[in-house]
Write a protein that binds this ligand. Sequence first.
Ligand code: SF4
Length: 399
Amino acid sequence: MRKLGVYIQVPFCQTKCTYCNFHTGVVSADRFAPYIAAVQREIASHAALFRAASISWPARFDWQSLSELPLSPEPVDTVYIGGGTPSLLDPALLGELLRAIRQTFNCSWEEVTLEADPETIEAEKAALWVADGINRISFGSQSFVDAELKAAGRMHRSTDIYKAVPILRKAGIRNISFDLIAGLPKQTHDSWRYSLAEAIALSPEHISIYMMEIDEGSRLGLEVLRGGPRYSAGDLPSEEAMAEFYELAQVELASAGYEQYEISNWARSGFASKHNLKYWRRQPYLGFGAGAHSFSGEQRWANIHDAAAYLAAIEAGRFATESVQAVTRDAALEEELFLGLRQLAGIDLARIEREYGVDLAEKVNRLASNGMVERCGDVLRLAPAKLSISNEVLVELLR
Ligand code: SF4
């Protein structure tokens, strides 16, 4: 039986980082409790909301059909509370969220992740998180160089990271993930090497490396596109430098014993993110909260991004979704290739060709002859040297 992932979006932050292109906002703390109450209500009434919106829950996942709910029988094995900065919330509110999931779903939790920013971590909070079932912290460390953190508008400094890790360990967290960003303003080869070394020295179980994205969705991106100097836009590393940072990370993390299992993710043995693997393996998950996405296997839907509009919809007893899309056969094939090839394990080409009735031999052979992909029997994977330009390879394959 496949198991279900549950994602909760908490779209609140203390400040807005210059590079952030997420739908998150800085709001007064008195808005946290009503928002969490709305998410609890959405969780508890999801079956009725889905029925009213013609969301279908496919029988091939071996779950009872939604018509047999109200109490959803799906076994939930992973929960991910992301944001935003959910670690800002009073732990009692997080506890209520987790209780709402337990009361609604059949839970056998293996991995319960909380995204946390280093400056928000305190011993008392961490103990309460663990008592409520949180067993993994995804840590927004981003860099160990204060000048880079400051330029990016981050609230924390490197000392906050050094302080937070022992607090989490003492509270009983055995699974810590660090995020690092390659391409922050003021980042150099030396400073990137330093951040990697400091991260490795703290021995997290998991490390994610994200490449800086420049688009109009962030203040920094807009400034770069306009050619302005604000937000240290003139101090961004070049694209070539970013690719070199990524390649350096591959080397350093491998030699420190981390296995790369996805384009942006490395883990010690047994610590690959169970929840995030569901996204890349096209397994079902339900998202609750403003802007949260869900996938049933046959449909994808997304909630309203605006937190106030989300709250109003839920309080009025309406489904807070802004889009529901059936996943067509062509779209499913694209997802199989796009998401599957993000994983270093690659994809089972024979299964995909059989399931979708397609012959990808010509495209695959062309990409293989250009050294972009590797084929080993039925397994197709991105060539390791092409991971930093994976999007180009994927666009070529999907063309
Ligand atoms: S903490 Fe994360 S979500 Fe919040 S503003 Fe910064 S980058 Fe965006």
